[in-house]
Design a binder for this molecule. Structure first.
Ligand SMILES: C[S@@+](CC[C@H](N)C(=O)[O-])C[C@H]1O[C@@H](n2cnc3c(N)ncnc32)[C@H](O)[C@@H]1O
Length: 410
């Protein structure tokens, strides 16, 4: 299958094919390479593992950034199918640029995202606009100014509402910041068949709630979802009936932690952050080898994460900190720190290559999750468009769902 074939698929068909592919590939993407001392796929994939380990630094970095492009792993993995099924078109906007002056008080990257998102909010003139999980209502202000219309912005933090209201009043934008927990039972009162909800980067349960309320009340919606793993449920339960049937039939199951794989593609961090992150990763793997030896148990031991800037200066200090976290007594003398540090660095290079297998499934999983949201709304009688709203360099969470209830549907 070539990448150009899949865009013509219906959402249901694309979802079904992705469900099957994700389900049959579970043994490939589920194992976390950093938890394993050797290949996490066992005897069955020795050739794949050897090919991964043979990748040069440059080739591994290239595939990390563009997992589908000229992948030497295509011999063993369904690279072309994954690429085709996760390729979505760019959704068209109205092409009207926003005045630069409206960017005042908005962070540079967030403003660029708003510039890309807002022209794609195709609200009908008679629809009342609502922003969902609005923060300070940056999107709401521009929506209001562009449409010369009132926008209600829902946000549960009182301080953000106050700041947002001040900004809107100062700029003469007709925004009403409303303090509202969108998960509370009464949140549905803001939605009706006459509203259009805009939600830029609303997390897991917050956007799932929005979808459910739109389905129930008939509100139109333009949503860029993010952080699918921010959910109260420990295991993913598809929103759509088709999704629930699909996962049951195919035996696909996803924990909350596995949902995070869909959003692990991050915009490249500055070099000094990357270097430090690599160092932390290598030290963790070095400590892992040490703890296996000290405990006499050849099994991975999770160590809490450290905020950026908290990493000790030296490997030994890191190991002593990690051991303390785990209540592990390290011998006072006789540890060859430099040998463990070197082994950790070697293992880090291997893990980075083995993680390329999971990278291949990140975007397909994200697209699968968005398709589930699309199907939920289609099942409720909505027309749904899915696509991208900006380049992934601006934000990797660049998928957009646009939906409105079909006129012939109650
Ligand atoms: C990821 S931010 C998105 C903010 C804004 N849309 C943007 O793109 O910058 C999520 C926002 O949701 C708000 N939020 C979190 N939980 C909420 C809830 N239960 N009800 C309403 N707002 C909530 C947070 O306070 C935060 O302002």
């Amino acid at each position: 299958m070539s990448p150009s074939v899949a865009p013509s698929l219906s959402h249901a068909e694309r979802f079904a094919r992705l469900t099957a592919l994700l389900a049959e590939s579970q043994p490939l993407w589920r194992p976390l390479p950093f938890q394993h001392r050797a290949s996490p796929w066992g005897e069955a994939s020795l050739a794949l593992d050897a090919a991964l380990l043979a990748l040069t630094e440059d080739e591994a970095a290239r595939l990390q950034d563009a997992p589908f492009t000229d992948s030497p792993l295509a011999e063993w993995l369904p690279v072309a199918k994954l690429e085709a099924l996760s390729a979505l078109p760019e959704l068209k906007g109205d092409g009207r640029a926003l005045p630069a002056a409206w960017a005042a008080h908005v962070g540079g990257r967030k403003w660029s995202q708003i510039e890309a998102f807002l022209p794609r909010v195709a609200a009908a003139p008679e629809e009342r606009l609502v922003e969902w999980c609005a923060g300070k209502g940056h999107l709401a202000r521009s929506l209001s100014r562009r449409g010369e219309t009132e926008v209600t912005a829902l946000e549960w933090q009182a301080a953000l509402c106050q700041d947002g209201q001040r900004l809107a009043d100062r700029q003469g934008a007709a925004v009403r910041m409303a303090e509202q927990d969108v998960l509370a039972p009464e949140a549905g009162r803001w939605l009706s068949s006459e509203t259009h909800v805009a939600a830029l980067h609303a997390c897991g349960d917050l956007h799932a709630r929005l979808i459910e309320l739109c389905a129930a009340q008939g509100s139109a919606v333009t949503l860029a979802p993010c952080c699918y793993q921010r959910t109260a449920a420990s295991h993913y339960r598809p929103l759509s009936q088709g999704g629930r049937e699909g996962v049951a039939a195919q035996g696909l199951s996803l924990t909350r932690e596995e949902l995070a794989m869909a959003v692990q593609e991050t915009v490249t961090a500055p070099r000094h952050v990357r270097v430090r992150r690599e160092q932390a990763g290598a030290w963790r793997l070095g400590f892992d080898l040490l703890q296996r030896e000290v405990r006499g148990i050849d099994a991975y031991l999770p160590v809490p994460s450290l905020a950026y800037g908290q990493l000790p200066e030296r490997f030994e200090a890191f190991c002593r900190w990690a051991a303390e976290q785990k209540g592990l007594a390290l011998p006072a003398a006789g540890i060859d720190w430099s040998a463990f540090e070197t082994a950790g660095a070697r293992r880090r290079a291997e893990v980075r290559r083995r993680e390329l297998v999971r990278h291949l499934f990140r975007r397909p999983l994200e697209v699968w999750l968005v398709l589930d949201r699309a199907l939920r709304l289609e099942e409720a009688g909505f027309d749904v468009e899915l696509g991208t709203f900006c380049a992934r360099e601006l934000t990797p969470r660049n998928l957009l769902l646009r939906a409105s209830r079909r006129a012939d549907h109650g």
